[in-house]
Design a protein around this ligand. Structure first.
Ligand code: GLA
Ligand code: GLA
Length: 656
């Protein structure tokens, strides 16, 4: 199987989306000159080029791309070639309206933006395959080509008629019989029993709450259908270039794709990452996505897109202050990225993203953005040989599963304040702030390599996953579970007792009487800390608990907020950040897991990657960090003994 290292060959890939079709051809030589100046060694071409490549049905306009590929090759810049299938040309929708997706209200998503394709449309798939085939055949032997990038940020839902037919087929494959479907969906409730497959539709706009298992299956179906679109194109390019890796770019912690399943179909896992420069926890939310992506890749991964400055899709869009682009890029490398790429090379003058930054901004080569990009390119070239291909050791796994998210995040639940990704962020943050490096894992993965497994929230757990968790603890592992875990089975049927009986036994819970969700901003007193978001009326098993931290005052006075039985912990609220951090740091220490470095100043992140120790100062003030032993800083060439000072947004990459 081809891998990322076949494309990196000992360098960090540095570059980004290059959309030269927006510019007169006279611009290209200047682009290439500045790319070389900035150390760019890889660009992604063609992401949105379908209308240029196939201006009318069946036409092929490859001349411009030939010239561009040749130019890049002569300049020593590799090409990640994209299939242009995320934005079909207007003629496709005009001639074949059935290729356009519909939302839950039946409204058509017209051309004029992008991603206006129905994953289930046979006509769309036919045209997407044809242009992919033509591209792959033409460029298979081109020496500039290093990798394939399929489509872009697959994210289109479709509730239309052709999707309905595909959904029925998907459901037939899953359930076999209508009786099985009716049972899984609990259609006895509200008179929803289906007597014929033709009666089953996508969960379109309904008068009141849609059936939750119907909605859950539609999410599974959508992820699978988009994945089929991906694998169809992947298989075409693979046939032409079996030696080249294939990827598609994920959005960070995005709800629509079961990214565990998708990652298995990719040679290279890549992600687009746009933390908000103003977010005080931007670095942590980035670290989370980096840890998740690395875990999906089971090794080095590709930062396919980030912004050199501001984006243009938030309410207020802030630029990156001096040094932040470098800091966040090196953070990605510290956490396993072997490619640091951007959307996009040259900032657009036209189109919907003309106020989105580029590596080469409107200010041009004298602009601060480009100057910082250039400095970063030089630094990545310096460290590339030592970092690429190396691994990040982690003794802790955070469990995450899209099925649990999909099932738990529906309407008709007890609190809209419980936002699944925010809960995951809170738990990851507690570990990140304790300098404990974490992987992510799926609840059915082999967990035996980890000393500690943390479950922020897995509302839905399959029987296999529950067996896996029990086996993990019985095998000597330490498990910490947050609230709303193990509530529902695979079909989103609430487990008897309101929470899986074996999990209750594991934690020493006799009865889970009631859930007591909290209002926004409301807290619940617990001994030594305050809980947020949620609380529970739990009756513990007599004498089973080895430890219990009680709620104090109110309805839950004296009942356990936190329970420990052996190496299994249950946390029935979301402790405030300092408290969750303290709890997890303690549990990790007891499980024998040490932080990357002890005694780090606040705001300094430390990550080990292979032999190297990355130190990143997320603060604007200089800090002094004590580092045992003697090291060389690969970025400065200086040797470091016992301590070093990191300036504002400073980074050191230390080799012992
Ligand atoms: C209404 C409906 C019931 C049920 C309850 C739930 O009263 O008539 O079927 O949905 O709301 O509060
Ligand atoms: C995504 C897309 C890009 C671009 C950027 C803007 O990552 O893949 O095409 O729209 O967002 O942030």
């Amino acid at each position: 199987m081809p891998q990322l290292r076949d494309a990196t060959r000992g360098r960090v890939l540095f570059g980004g989306d290059y959309n030269p079709e927006q510019w007169p051809e006279e611009t290209w030589p200047e682009d290439v000159r500045l790319m070389k100046d900035a150390g760019v060694n890889s660009v992604t071409l063609g992401v949105f080029s379908w209308a240029k490549l196939e201006p009318e049905p069946g036409a092929r306009e490859f001349g411009w791309l030939d010239r561009l590929m040749d130019l890049l090759h002569e300049s020593g810049i590799g090409v990640v070639l994209a299939t242009p299938t995320s934005s079909p040309p207007p003629w496709l929708g005009r001639l074949h309206p059935e290729t356009l997706p519909r939302d839950a209200d039946g409204r058509i998503e017209w051309w004029g933006g992008r991603q206006h394709f129905s994953h289930s449309s046979a006509v769309y798939r036919h045209h997407a395959a044809a242009i992919t085939e033509a591209l792959a055949a033409r460029y298979a032997g081109h020496p500039a080509l290093t990798m394939w990038h399929i489509n872009n940020e697959y994210c289109t839902f479709d509730y239309g008629d052709e999707a309905a037919v595909a959904f029925r087929l998907w459901l037939r494959a899953r359930y076999g019989t209508l009786d099985a479907l009716n049972s899984a969906w609990g259609t006895a409730f509200w008179s929803q029993g289906y007597d014929t497959w033709d009666g089953v539709l996508p969960p379109r706009h309904a008068h009141y709450l849609n059936n939750p298992t119907h909605v859950l299956d539609f999410r599974r179906f959508t992820s699978d259908m988009l994945l089929e679109c991906y694998t169809a194109e992947r298989d075409i390019v693979r046939r032409h270039t079996p030696h080249l890796p294939v990827t598609t770019n994920f959005m960070p912690l995005w709800v629509g794709q079961d990214a565990w399943r998708w990652a298995e179909e990719e040679d290279v896992v890549s992600v687009d990452l746009y933390p908000d420069p103003r977010d005080p926890l931007g670095a942590q939310s980035a670290a989370l996505v980096q840890d998740l992506t690395r875990s999906q890749a089971r090794g080095p991964w590709m930062l396919m897109e980030q912004a050199a400055g501001s984006v243009n899709w938030r309410g207020v869009n802030h630029p990156k202050p001096r040094g932040l682009n470098r800091l966040w890029s090196l953070q990605a490398v510290a956490r396993g990225a072997d490619a640091v790429c951007y959307f996009q090379w040259r900032q657009s003058r036209q189109g919907a993203e003309k106020f989105h930054s580029g590596m080469l901004s409107h200010a041009g080569e004298r602009g601060r953005t480009f100057q910082e990009v250039k400095q970063l390119g030089a630094e990545l070239a310096r460290i590339g040989g030592e970092v690429t291909g190396t691994h990040i050791p982690a003794d802790i796994a955070i469990l995450h599963d899209w099925n649990a998210w999909w099932a738990g995040a529906q309407d008709g639940r007890l609190s809209t304040e419980v936002d699944h990704p925010e809960v995951v962020r809170a738990w990851h943050r507690a570990l990140w702030e304790s300098h404990l490096t974490t992987d992510f894992a799926h609840p059915e993965h082999d967990l035996s390599a980890y000393e500690l497994v943390v479950v922020p929230q897995l509302y839905l757990l399959t029987d296999t996953a529950i067996d896996n968790l029990l086996a993990y603890v019985h095998g000597g592992g330490t498990l910490v579970c947050g609230f709303l875990t193990g509530i529902a089975d695979e079909d989103d049927r609430v487990r008897p007792g309101g929470m899986d009986a074996r999990l209750r036994e594991l934690f020493g819970i006799r009865t889970l009487h009631e859930w007591w969700p909290l209002e926004q901003g409301e807290t619940v007193e617990c001994e030594g800390f305050r809980g947020t978001l949620w609380s529970e009326e739990i009756e513990p098993e007599d004498g089973a608990a080895d430890e219990a931290i009680p709620y104090k005052g109110g309805e839950l006075e004296g009942l356990p907020a936190v329970l420990r039985k052996g190496r299994a912990w249950y946390v029935s609220t979301l402790p405030e950040p300092y408290a969750l951090r303290a709890l997890l740091a303690r549990v990790a220490a007891e499980a024998g897991v040490r932080p990357v470095l002890e005694g780090l100043p606040v705001g300094v992140e430390a990550v080990r990657r292979g032999e190297l120790l990355f130190l990143l100062n997320h603060g604007r003030e200089p800090v002094t960090v004590e580092v045992p032993g003697r090291h060389d800083d690969l970025l400065t060439g200086a040797s470091v003994e016992r301590e070093l000072t990191l300036g504002r947004y400073g980074v050191a990459v230390l080799r012992p």
